[in-house]
Ligand binder design. Structure first.
Ligand code: F6R
Length: 352
């Protein structure tokens, strides 16, 4: 059941601290300073990594790409439906990672099959034990989010991100003390965000808006895309996410006093530059909602601040994402949408 929540989505948003604990469980040993993730422990470090994924899982893949690049691995993320093993260098030295919560997405399965034919080693990062992706790939890492009933992916997204952080460490043989410490603290920090979130008021204030924009850079860029996707899916309102620096290259023309801009501004992601982008929209009269750990002074340009605790630069985006999930949820709730089963959408998309 929904355990007293009005929707599965809200329940699953609140299950994120538990989902993260489950994903970390018995995979990180502080004593031995090891990160040991299932079947990839004996995998040779690959020459290159290619992610294939769709929708929310693609956003997790973009996040994973950055984690690997920071550790010196050549990594790229592809929309699974656009992956073409003939036009990218894929060979025996390539690890192709399918990120798919359901493990059944047709586009992702096709990409994984192409990669296999081209000689790549494949890894499924999935939530569903025994799913098609889990069975067809050479290796599998389960994200252990528990069952997700709401069509809009929430806790599976967070679990994918955590699993990819572990995969990045494992593949590169790096035990990153700061990251491990921050991962351990993350469940309680997620809980704190859930307990204190003021998103209901923010949602109420911007219910009548024409469109919602989301901006962030670095690790926050995929979260900006994800914030917009969630908003579209469950509210049926126009929403778009951009890497913060891209705003001035076109989308700024859409910004008015009827388009709230959600800016994710956290440490480690050139926050000062993002504040510059916030000023650009504020000057044009757009309401600004800053989701921030307080690393720089963005408050003075913001109409609302949704705070997140300080964490590792790779993990603050995960905390920020919770605030964005809740904003979308409350907007959809007030508009009376079919939150757990939005129109035209299905939990797993088995056609190409
Ligand atoms: C959005 C959502 C979809 C899925 C996409 C891929 O909330 O759930 O965008 O992420 O259809 O699904 P999986 O991860 O099952 O491959």
């Amino acid at each position: 059941g929904k355990s007293g929540y009005d929707h599965y989505m809200l329940k699953e948003i609140h299950e994120q601290p538990t989902a993260v604990r489950q994903c970390l469980s018995e995979r990180v040993s502080g004593l031995e300073r090891t990160i040991d993730v299932d079947s990839i422990a004996d995998l040779e470090p690959p020459a290159r990594v290619q992610f294939v994924a769709c929708g929310t899982s693609y956003h997790a893949a973009l996040y994973g790409t950055r984690l690997l690049r920071e550790r010196g691995v050549t990594a790229q993320a592809f929309l699974a439906s656009e992956y073409d093993a003939d036009s990218v260098p894929v060979d025996e030295e390539t690890l192709v990672v399918g990120v798919t919560q359901s493990g059944e997405t047709a586009d992702t399965m096709t990409a994984l099959r192409d990669a296999t034919s081209a000689g790549a080693t494949t890894l499924a990062v999935t939530n569903v034990v025994g799913s098609s992706a889990a069975r067809m790939c050479d290796h599998v890492v389960y994200v252990r989010a528990g069952p997700e009933i709401g069509v809009a992916a929430t806790k599976t997204f967070v679990s994918q991100q955590i699993a990819l952080a572990l995969v990045a460490c494992e593949l590169t043989g790096t035990y990153d003390d700061d990251l491990v410490e921050a991962l351990r603290a993350l469940p309680d920090q997620l809980q704190a965000v859930l307990d204190e979130s003021a998103t209901r008021d923010v949602a109420e204030e911007y219910l009548e808006s024409d469109a919602y924009f989301f901006i962030g850079r670095g690790y926050n860029a995929p979260v900006a895309l994800e914030g917009a996707l969630k908003m579209k899916e469950i509210t049926y309102k126009h929403a778009e996410g951009f890497a913060a620096g891209e705003l001035k290259h076109g989308p700024l023309a859409l910004v008015t006093d009827r388009t709230p801009v959600f800016a994710i501004v956290t440490g480690g992601a050139n926050p000062r530059k993002t504040v510059g982008n916030v000023k650009e929209v504020e000057t044009r009269g757009a309401p600004v909602v800053a989701v921030t750990d307080g690393c720089v002074d963005v408050e003075r340009y913001a109409d609302h601040v949704l705070p997140v605790p300080e964490s590792h630069p790779a993990l603050t985006p995960i905390l920020a994402n919770v605030q964005l999930q809740l904003v979308s949820y409350w907007v959809a709730n007030r508009l009376g949408r079919s939150i757990d089963k939005p129109r035209n959408l299905a939990k797993s998309v088995t056609v190409e």
